[in-house]
Design a protein. Structure first.
Length: 409
């Protein structure tokens, strides 16, 4: 199709022809990667051709005419790389996150994970577990020799105690990696007609929500995704909270409460001419992650005591809007944090780390003399940790992970 095979890992300019008709399709660069020194660990060829639709379609038809070739399934290249030991599951997930990244901070986190930061951390813990398991098995094998068995058991428990502390610290991260990956969720809540939809439009800089003087205009949640200085923020406008007059409005208010419950930050918005600082009973539990916003300050003189700890603004004049955006950014940065230390980015990871920690804690809490049971605790811990990187029993999650990829990744 492209003349003599190019030397491995060296680009060569070739006339690319149809394998059956010898029709010239394009002139482009051809690269050959011999396995196992390739992205997937298998033999691979790359064609760098002109990107027009006609050339692309002609290339696909020509490749499809070669016996045994077909289009790749979503995520198939990354899956083959995983199956051939080129990457682990955390790196595969990071590749998908990098493709989906909308902000610089998301891209940086995905790049660190794709580079193996999480994999190295978890593999280090796995090595510690293997050492503890070896000591535990030695204690069983030499159970009739008291001194040897006791020393091995003590060594295993010391390793487990140190590792359990490391896992607790890893889990105590305020979900910052997951928040960065999924977005810092901010919900605008408040009584009707205080300017919630106008605030969403002002921050988003577009008409994302319908604005009307009629109370109860917003019935469903309106959501926009923002990039605030590289941080991903998901801003939601919600139905005004009041005594609902109909089933549809009650449903809208129910959704407001549900969205506030899951939010990382709630903006409780008020009218400066009639401020209502007390949160409704349904939102009182979220006081610690609520920021009070006072709108329409152009219509009245705001008492100095009301400005303390609140964001006062006028959406009509624009006064105070930039200060509110900075306050949101500050809260997002505080929750997400900074630094290059590997963090949990997936709910799947957290679930397995919790399972691993529970098994380690069972090992420490159990009777040391029950050698077989303590060895089983370590086996369960190792299994949970191995599921994160793909070392063991991961067939049930492979389709879910690699199905996120686009064709050819």
């Amino acid at each position: 199709m492209a003349g003599p095979r190019a030397a491995p890992r060296r680009a060569a300019l070739r006339n690319i022809r149809h394998p059956e008709t010898a029709e010239l399709l394009d002139q482009g660069l051809v690269l050959w990667f011999a396995g196992p020194h390739s992205e997937t660990g298998e033999d691979m060829a790359e064609f760098h051709v002109h990107g027009g639709r006609a050339v692309t379609l002609a290339m696909l038809r020509a490749l499809g005419a070669i016996p045994g070739t077909r289009l790749a399934e979503p995520g198939e290249f990354a899956r083959r790389a995983f199956e051939n030991g080129k990457i682990d599951l955390t790196q595969a997930e990071a590749i998908a996150d990098l493709v989906d990244a909308e902000t610089e901070a998301q891209a940086r986190q995905a790049l660190r994970q794709a580079g193996g930061a999480l994999a190295r951390l978890y593999e280090g813990w796995r090595a510690q577990l293997i050492e503890a398991q070896a000591l535990s098995e030695a204690a069983i094998d030499f159970s009739d020799e008291g001194d040897v068995s006791e020393k091995a058991t003590g060594g295993a428990r010391a390793i487990v105690a140190t590792m359990a502390g490391a896992l607790r610290r890893h889990l105590d991260d305020n979900r910052r990696g997951e928040i960065l990956r999924e977005g810092f969720h901010v919900v605008i809540a408040g009584p009707p007609n205080v300017g919630k939809s106008s605030l969403l439009n002002a921050i988003a800089r577009r008409e994302a929500a319908i604005v009307s003087d009629e109370a109860g205009t917003t019935r469903d949640v309106v959501e926009v995704r923002l990039d605030l200085s590289g941080l991903p923020v998901v801003l939601s406008d919600t139905a005004g909270i009041r005594e609902a007059e109909g089933k549809v409005e009650r449903e809208g208010i129910r959704r407001t409460i549900a969205r506030a419950e899951a939010a990382d930050l709630v903006l409780w918005m008020m009218d400066a001419t009639d401020p209502q600082p007390e949160l409704p009973s349904d939102l009182a539990a979220y006081e610690q992650r609520t920021l009070r916003v006072l709108n329409k300050i152009d219509l009245t003189r705001v008492k100095p005591e009301l400005r303390q700890g609140w964001c006062a603004l006028s959406l009509k004049t624009g006064d105070g809007l930039s200060e509110l955006v900075r306050a949101i950014e500050h809260e997002a940065r505080r929750r997400i944090g900074a630094g290059d230390a590997p963090v949990i980015t997936q709910a799947r990871h957290r679930q397995q780390i919790v399972a691993c920690l529970e098994a380690l804690e069972a090992h420490l809490a159990g009777e040391a003399e029950d050698l077989e049971l303590r060895a089983e605790d370590l086996r369960q811990a190792a299994t949970a940790l191995g599921r994160i990187t793909g070392r063991v029993d991961v067939e049930d999650v492979l389709d879910q992970i690699f199905g996120r990829f686009c064709i050819g990744k």
